[in-house]
Write a protein that binds this ligand. Structure first.
Ligand SMILES: [Zn+2]
Length: 178
């Protein structure tokens, strides 16, 4: 499996500067999967527009310091940098200090996550572990496991086992076996 996800950087999607930025205390112990509950996104340019509008929503209406999530995933498997690695997000009340928040773009009560999106998240998680941003024994949650919410939608929640199974590769990776 390819181990490095191609990430559309903040600069590439035209992010506004964060009001404040706080680091995580160490490698993330938890990864929390969300959906944006907004429209799905198809191409790269649509994705960039969507990122700017989500950032505006989070900063202007919710008064967050920045877009809430660490990364966002498009339907075609594009990975967009939100707050990025090592930065505390605003996505899961009570769990932001030791977790990484990844949002699939779309409403997954209706949509089904694409193979490309699932594969991109696997690659992203693998890069995060290899680069020391995520603990190798991290626990993967759907937002609804940690709070009263429908997020990440029933179809994405049902697909989380596909992401959990990828941890096997991380352990093999540590043994130099990938
Ligand atoms: Zn959520």
């Amino acid at each position: 499996m390819k181990q490095t996800a191609n990430i559309v950087s903040r600069q590439q999607w035209g992010a506004a500067a964060p009001k404040q930025k706080e680091s995580l205390e160490g490698p993330a112990k938890k990864v929390v999967i969300h959906h944006t509950a907004l429209q799905s996104c198809k191409g790269l340019s649509e994705g960039k527009d969507r990122l700017r509008s989500i950032q505006r929503l989070h900063m202007k209406e919710r008064h967050f310091d920045d877009i809430g999530y660490n990364f966002l995933i498009g339907g075609d498997g594009s990975v967009f940098e939100g707050r990025g690695w090592g930065v505390m997000g605003a996505h899961t009340k009570g769990h932001n200090r030791d977790s990484l928040g990844i949002a699939f773009m779309g409403n997954f009560n209706n949509d089904t996550p694409s193979k490309e999106a699932i594969l991109s998240v696997k690659q992203l998680l693998m890069s995060g572990v290899l680069e020391g941003f995520i603990e190798p024994q991290f626990v993967l949650y759907g937002h609804r496991d940690l709070g009263t919410t429908e997020c990440p939608g029933k179809n994405l929640y049902a697909a989380l086992s596909k992401l959990r199974s990828s941890r096997k590769h991380f352990r093999e990776g540590q043994e130099g076996d990938v």
